[in-house]
Design a protein around this ligand. Structure first.
Ligand code: NCD
Ligand code: ZN
Ligand code: ZN
Length: 425
């Protein structure tokens, strides 16, 4: 089977390559990049005016299996990924049971191989049951394929335990992904503590709770030499702490989420519980800082934190609704609309933060569009204007504050290892 993608803007951020040319895919691999006149292929795609990029990589998703198949399964999460242009994802461990044993990790990876349209990688929990009391067996979890250790959804509060985890992670050279939230300081709020939370009678979530743990974990990384990846940074001072850590040579990387570079806490006034996410949407100043952090490289990657929840749960009042929003199918549109078109981030940097950089952080064999490599390829229509319709999501869940929003730019064709897994061309 040969597929010829003709005349697209072919981008490979790993080498800074960007040219209007052709890509030939044979037997699941990229066999040629460059103008091709004399090839007969079973499948020919006219990519004129479209971007042909490495399959996108999201290192922060929640696929809810095992435990919550009403929200998402590995198969539906993978369909959602494919529809958003993502060909590789890293699952978070806050499932039920949590991904804290080799057995559960192997279940997730095997289900991914057997049922998912995209490559499914997984994190493993740092502590059993994400309870923050006993370290998991990090050696055997690494051995079984965990690409990062994290208690995402919570922070481990006991400094002795955190210290031991960082030491072990340094020894194993596996990055720790950190959800930063001081649970002693953050209790009961649903929204950023500020004007809007006061208006809605919510106790609020202080920025300081996030910043204390960002600062703490940077120090642990500095002390132990471990690689630290800070998840979903939402505050201006959080970005600055990471910038300073990097300047000191600490091995810290970080992610910005589309909702954090697009929306402020005011979104809760119109979207209610749909705008409830952890860490919360903050203020304009914070959004600007997240964008500046992405632009200057302080925030290395764009990751969605795709967090599906049922409409029943999200229909509850703010205080009772769970935190989180789906993100895979809106990420490309939001990246182009909020960052690239306003001139805040170059197209090359945007694609880089969605491909080769996240792959490098997690050590994944993806994120490049090069001859000889497996053909994970995404086509983006940068001109396509569309209105977010959550009823059309491939995800099982519809919890998004972006419904009804007009975006410019969309993933329209996704190939995994030579097979087309999404096509709206
Ligand atoms: N981000 C969220 O608001 N929710 C995530 C957990 C997390 O990423 O912290 C979830 O699992 O629902
Ligand atoms: Zn988190
Ligand atoms: Zn998460």
């Amino acid at each position: 089977m040969k597929t010829l993608v003709k005349n697209g803007v072919v981008i490979n951020p790993a080498t800074g390559f960007m040219e209007i040319t052709d890509v030939l895919i044979e037997a699941g691999k990229v066999s040629h990049i460059g103008d091709i006149a004399d090839v007969t292929a079973e499948q020919v795609i006219d990519a004129t005016g479209l971007l042909v990029v490495p399959g996108l990589v999201d290192i922060h998703v929640h696929f809810r299996d095992p435990g919550f198949p009403d929200k998402e399964t590995i198969a539906t999460g993978a369909q959602s990924a494919a529809a958003g242009g993502f060909t590789s994802v890293v699952c978070m461990p806050n499932t039920k049971p949590s991904i804290d044993t080799v057995e559960t990790l192997e279940y997730v990876l095997r289900t991914g191989r057997e049922q998912a349209a995209v490559h499914v990688y997984s994190s493993a929990a740092m502590t059993y049951g994400l309870e923050g009391t006993e370290l998991t067996d990090l050696d055997s979890l690494k051995q079984a394929g965990a690409v990062t250790f994290t208690d995402d959804g919570r922070s481990v509060m006991d400094p002795q335990l955190v210290y031991a985890a960082f030491q072990k992670a340094a020894e194993l050279d596996v990055p720790i992904s950190s959800h930063c939230e001081d649970h002693h300081l953050v209790k009961g709020g649903s929204l950023n503590r500020g004007e809007v939370s006061r208006q809605l009678g919510d106790p609020g979530i202080p920025r300081l709770g996030e910043e204390l743990i960002i600062a703490r974990d940077i120090l642990f990384a500095e002390e132990t030499g471990a690689r630290l990846h800070i998840q979903h940074v939402s505050t201006a001072r959080g970005v600055q702490l990471i910038r300073e850590g990097k300047a000191r040579g600490v091995k810290v990387t970080a992610e910005g989420a589309p909702h954090h570079f697009t929306l402020t806490d005011e979104q809760a006034l119109t979207s209610g519980s749909m705008a409830k996410v952890n860490p919360p949407l903050r203020t304009r100043e914070d959004v600007e800082a997240v964008i500046a952090g992405l632009a200057d490289g302080t925030l290395d990657v764009i990751a969605t934190d795709h967090a599906p929840h049922t409409l029943e749960e999200k229909g509850r009042p703010l205080a009772q609704a769970p935190f989180g929003m789906v993100g895979l199918e809106t990420a490309v549109g939001l990246t182009l609309t909020s960052l690239v078109y306003p001139g805040r981030l170059s197209l090359m940097d945007a694609i880089s933060k969605l491909t080769v950089i996240p792959s490098a952080i997690m050590g994944l064999p993806s994120g490049r569009l090069e001859v000889g490599l497996a053909a994970d390829v995404t086509i983006i229509d940068p001109q396509k204007e569309w209105i977010v319709d959550s009823d059309k999501f491939k995800s099982k869940s519809r919890n998004t504050p972006f419904a009804g929003m007009k975006l410019k730019g969309k993933a329209v064709w996704t190939m995994v290892h030579g097979d087309v897994v999404y096509n709206e061309l």
